[in-house]
Design a protein around this ligand. Structure first.
Ligand code: G6P
Length: 594
C-alpha cells in the first residue's frame, strides 16, 4: 500500500526522505516521489524504484519535505500519477494514502472553478481543494478541504508560504515521529526508526501540525493531547543484518519470536498459562476474523481452541464478514492482524463493536489502529516484519493461539502442564529444522522448475497447506493451490500429471492413514509427491518420492514445524527462480484499502 513520509528539522530533508522511503519499500510500490519545501515546492517523481529516483535528484539543503511510494489504485503507474501531487500554483504538494470516494464529483466542480488536473488519481483533488481554501493558513485550508472529502485518507500537505507540514487522517494509518529538533510523519513505524523511537498515532478525524520545534494535534479545531508511545523495536531489527533477504532473516528469528511471545505468559516454575485476559462466562462462541496469512493462523487456532476449551469457534475472512449477515449473539470477536491496520479487518472490528460484541485484537504493532479500537489486545512480539510475505508473525500468531487454548482450557491440569512444557521446547525444535535448511534448499531447487504445485494436508495441517501454497505463489510466482487432501478427487485430480508435484503434509495424527491413501491416489496419476514428514517416519518412504524431515513434536504442535519447513521451501524455490522475494510484484505488506 502507499507509503507516506515527511520530515522537518535540522537536517537536509532530501536524504532523510529517501532513507525513510527505503524503509517503507517493503509495503510494496510501483512509483515514488518526493517534494522539497523551499521558496517553491520542487517535485521529483516517476514510476521507478527509489534507487533510480535518488540518482535523478540534485543536492538540496532544504530542511523540510514529503515523500511517497505509490501502489496504484486510481490510474496506472506513471510519472503523472505518482505522488506528490501539486495544485495549479505549484506552491502546494500533497502525498496521500487511501481512496477519496467522491473525487469525481469534486474534480468536476473544481474543474468548473478553473482548476486544471494533470493526473488520473483521486489524490489530485486534495491539493486543489487546499488551494481553493488557502488564505495564509495551511491548517485552516486542510480543515476546510477535508470537510468536502469523503473516503479514506492519510495525507501530508506542504505549502511554500507555510513553515512545516499539515497532516490529516481518516481510516488510513498515519504516525508522527517525535524527535529532537526534528519531527517526522509516516504511514508506518519502521520509516522513522533511524531518527526516533517515539511516535504518536493519529486518530480518525485528527489534524496534525508538524514543525521542527514540535508536533500539535487538533480535533474539531481544538488542540488535544495524544499519547507518545515508545516503540520497543531497534533499527537493527528492521535491517537485513547480513542475510540475503528479510524473509530468510525473519525465518531465522522464529525460535526467538516463539520464546518472546510465550515469555511473560508461562511461569518458568509452574508451566501454566496466564494471559491476563479471562474468557467471560457469558460468551457463547468465538469468531476469529482475519485476512491472508493471519486468516490461516485463525483456521489453526479454531481447531486448537475448540479442542482444548470446548468453546465453539468460527472463522471468517474480514472482507466477506463485512458484507455478510453473520449472526453475532454473545460472540467474542477476535481479530488477528499482524499490522493492526488492514482496512477490511478494521471495518469488521467496527461492525462487531457497533453490535455490542466483546472484542479482542491479536497484533504485532504497539498502538496500531486495531489496538485502539478493540476492547483488549494481546501482542505477539514478533518484532518488525519487513518481508511482504508473512513468516514470523504467522508463527507468533500460532504461538499466541496455543497460549489462548491453554489459558482457557477446561481439561485435566496435568495434560495442560505437559502441553505448556512442550510449547517451551518448540523454539529448539524450530532451530533444529532451520539448522537443516540446506536439505530443504535442495528441494526448493527441484520445485523451481515446475509451474503448478498442489499442497495438501488434513485436519490441523489443512490450513498449513493453504499457507504453504500462499507462500509459494506470493514469492516464486508458481501457481500453487492448497487443498484438504481428501478433496483432490473432487476436481483437482483432472490437473494431476507428472508435471504437477504435490506437497503432502504427513502429520502423525489420526489423519495419517487416510492421508497415505490419498497419496496413493495421487501417485496413481503420476504426480511427484514431496512429503513433509516427521523424523523417524520410515513408513512414508513407501509412498512418496521425496521427504522433507521435520523434528518430532506432538500432533497439536505440528503446524509450527510444518509451516516453517514450507516457508523455507518457498524461500529457496523463489531464490532459485531469481524472484524479488521481499517485495513480490503487485503485493503490499499492509493493505489499507478495502
Ligand atoms: C497482506 C500481507 C499478508 C498478510 C495480510 C493480512 O496481504 O501481504 O502477508 O497476511 O495482508 O495482514 P495483517 O496485517 O492484517 O495480518
Amino acid at each position: 500500500m502507499c507509503g507516506i513520509v515527511g520530515y522537518v528539522g535540522h537536517r537536509a530533508a532530501q536524504p532523510v526522505l529517501v532513507n525513510c522511503l527505503k524503509r517503507l519499500e517493503y509495503r510494496g510500490y510501483d512509483s515514488c516521489g518526493i517534494a522539497l519545501l523551499g521558496k517553491d515546492v520542487e517535485i521529483y517523481k516517476d514510476a521507478i524504484r527509489i534507487e533510480a529516483l535518488e540518482k535523478k535528484l540534485r543536492p538540496h539543503i532544504n530542511k523540510a519535505g514529503i515523500g511517497h511510494t505509490r501502489w496504484a489504485t486510481h490510474g496506472k503507474p506513471s510519472q503523472g500519477n505518482a505522488h506528490p501531487h501539486a495544485d495549479c500554483t505549484g506552491k502546494i504538494a500533497v502525498v496521500h494514502n487511501g481512496v477519496i470516494d467522491n473525487y469525481l464529483a469534486l474534480r468536476e466542480k473544481l474543474t468548473q472553478e478553473g482548476h486544471k488536473f494533470r493526473s488520473d488519481t483521486d489524490t489530485e483533488v486534495i491539493p486543489h481543494l487546499i488551494e481553493k481554501y488557502f488564505q495564509g493558513d495551511l491548517q485552516e485550508a486542510v480543515s476546510k478541504a477535508i470537510g468536502d472529502m469523503s473516503g479514506s485518507y492519510a495525507f501530508v500537505a506542504i505549502h511554500s508560504d507555510w513553515d512545516g507540514m499539515v497532516v490529516a487522517r481518516n481510516e488510513s494509518p498515519l504516525i508522527l515521529g517525535v524527535g529532537d529538533k526534528e519531527n517526522l510523519v509516516a504511514s508506518d513505524v519502521p520509516a522513522v526508526l533511524d531518527y526516533t523511537d517515539r511516535v504518536i498515532y493519529l486518530e480518525d478525524g485528527d489534524i496534525g501540525v508538524v514543525t521542527g520545534d514540535g508536533v500539535r494535534c487538533f480535533r474539531n479545531g481544538k488542540q488535544i493531547d495524544r499519547e507518545v508511545h515508545r516503540i520497543p523495536w531497534s533499527i537493527e531489527e528492521a535491517q537485513k543484518g547480513g542475510y540475503a533477504h528479510f524473509m530468510i532473516k525473519e525465518i531465522h528469528e522464529q525460535p526467538r519470536v516463539i520464546r518472546n511471545t510465550y515469555k511473560g505468559y508461562i511461569s518458568a516454575l509452574e508451566p501454566v498459562v496466564n494471559l491476563g485476559i479471562r474468557k467471560d462466562a457469558g460468551i457463547n462462541d468465538i469468531l476469529f476474523i482475519a485476512c491472508g496469512t493471519s486468516y490461516y493462523a485463525a483456521l489453526v487456532g479454531q481447531q486448537v481452541i475448540q479442542s482444548l476449551t470446548q468453546i465453539p469457534v468460527r472463522v471468517e475472512i474480514a472482507s466477506e464478514f463485512n458484507y455478510s449477515d453473520t449472526v453475532l449473539g454473545r460472540t467474542w470477536v477476535i481479530v488477528i492482524t499482524q499490522s493492526g491496520e488492514t482496512a477490511d479487518v478494521m471495518r469488521a472490528l467496527k461492525k462487531a463493536k457497533e453490535v455490542g460484541c466483546r472484542t479482542l485484537a491479536i497484533t504485532n504493532v504497539v498502538g496500531s489502529s486495531a489496538t485502539r479500537l478493540a476492547d483488549e489486545t494481546l501482542y505477539i512480539t514478533a518484532g518488525p516484519e519487513i518481508c511482504v510475505a508473512a513468516t514470523k508473525s504467522f508463527i507468533a500468531q500460532l504461538t499466541m493461539l496455543y497460549l489462548m487454548g491453554l489459558a482457557w482450557a477446561s481439561g485435566d491440569i496435568r495434560s495442560r502442564v505437559s502441553m505448556a512444557t512442550e510449547l517451551r521446547q518448540l523454539p529448539d525444535k524450530v532451530q533444529q529444522l532451520i539448522d537443516r535448511e540446506e536439505e530443504i534448499a535442495a528441494f526448493g531447487k527441484y520445485l523451481a522448475k515446475y509451474e503448478n504445485v498442489f499442497f495438501v494436508g488434513r485436519g490441523l495441517n489443512y490450513p498449513v497447506a493453504l499457507e504453504g501454497a500462499l507462500k509459494l505463489k506470493e514469492i516464486s510466482y508458481i501457481h500453487a493451490e492448497g487443498y484438504p487432501a481428501g478433496e483432490l478427487k473432487h476436481g483437482p485430480f483432472a490437473l494431476l500429471t507428472p508435471k504437477t508435484p504435490v506437497v503432502a503434509i504427513a502429520a502423525r495424527d489420526n489423519t495419517y492413514d487416510t492421508l497415505m491413501a490419498n497419496i496413493k491416489e495421487i501417485k496413481a496419476r503420476e504426480s511427484p509427491v514431496l512429503a513433509i514428514a516427521e523424523e523417524g517416519d520410515i513408513e512414508i518412504e513407501k509412498y512418496v518420492d521425496f521427504a522433507v524431515r521435520v523434528p518430532k513434536v506432538s500432533p497439536i504442535f505440528s503446524p509450527i514445524v510444518n509451516a516453517v519447513a514450507l516457508q523455507l521451501l518457498a524461500y529457496y524455490t523463489a531464490k532459485e527462480r531469481g524472484c524479488s522475494i521481499d517485495t513480490p510484484r503487485n503485493l503490499a505488506k499492509s493493505v489499507t484499502v478495502e
